[in-house]
Design a protein around this ligand. Structure first.
Ligand SMILES: Nc1ncnc2c1ncn2[C@@H]1O[C@H](COP(=O)(O)OP(=O)(O)OP(=O)(O)O)[C@@H](O)[C@H]1O
Ligand SMILES: [Mg+2]
Length: 221
């Protein structure tokens, strides 16, 4: 799968009682199979950048171009498709559906995308295997450890085979060893399946492992 993500002069200003310039003149270009890590102190705009790329937040200025298409110019309908099919997001909190089994959690985006029962079964079983959680297929999330729950969350993000994976502090709630397992899995999935991976983290060990690190500065205003 080939793809390209270009971010040009991205700026995001939160307007409230005080104006916060969360992101100023951010630029990045990633091809499929490439990854980058956003590093920087709390408040430096990491999550804001990821949310803009995910189509969940509207940039104040600048362009987000996915496969030659300007995401900012998408209609609401196109945005829904883009969020469902082109991007997969992993957050620090796992956001699993507690009354669904592990299998059903990963199947959920595929049901929404109206895939056939056979396609869903094949895709979910492949992901469960790659993420090494097949034994928990019929288990409910509350019985899993944090690292296992995060692997399910990665499965959900990957379910629709998105070109872009966005991960916001994906190991923020995990201990060192579990964090390493989860991050290695994310890198492996991205590389093997030629995804674009953009991570945000404070974790020095993850920053060390990253091929391309983008350091953001703390904003003054
Ligand atoms: N919804 C919002 N409304 C107003 N200001 C916001 C909003 N979300 C974020 N901000 C501000 O924008 C700036 C960047 O926030 P952001 O959450 O992107 O930083 P971050 O690098 O992800 O921080 P952290 O490492 O703590 O997650 C901060 O000053 C924050 O207070
Ligand atoms: Mg953040």
């Amino acid at each position: 799968m080939s793809g390209k993500l270009i971010i040009e002069n991205l700026e995001k200003v939160y307007k409230g009682e005080v104006e916060t310039i969360a992101v100023r003149d951010f630029n990045l270009s990633l091809n499929s199979g490439e990854s980058a890590t956003l590093a920087g102190p709390s408040g430096s705009g990491k999550s804001t950048i990821l949310l803009c790329i995910a189509g969940l937040l509207e940039p104040t200025f600048g362009k987000i171009i996915s496969n030659g298409k300007l995401v900012n110019a998408f209609t609401e309908e196109e945005l829904v498709d883009y969020r469902r099919q082109t991007v997969g997001i992993v957050f620090q909190s796992y956001n699993l559906i507690e009354y669904f089994t592990v299998f059903e959690n990963i199947a959920f985006p595929l049901w929404i995308a109206q895939k056939s029962k056979k396609e869903i079964k094949e895709r979910v079983e492949l992901l469960l295997d790659e993420l090494d959680i097949s034994r928990y297929a019929q288990t409910y999330p509350r019985f899993l450890s944090g690292g296992e729950q995060q692997r399910v969350a990665i499965g959900i993000a990957l379910a629709n085979n998105p070109q872009i994976i966005l991960a916001d502090e994906p190991t923020g709630n995990l201990d060192r060893e579990t964090a390493d397992i989860v991050i290695n899995l994310l890198f492996k999935e991205a590389q093997e399946h030629k995804k674009i991976l953009l991570l945000a983290t404070h974790d020095e060990k993850i920053i060390e492992k990253s091929k391309q690190v983008i350091s953001l500065e703390k904003r003054i205003i």
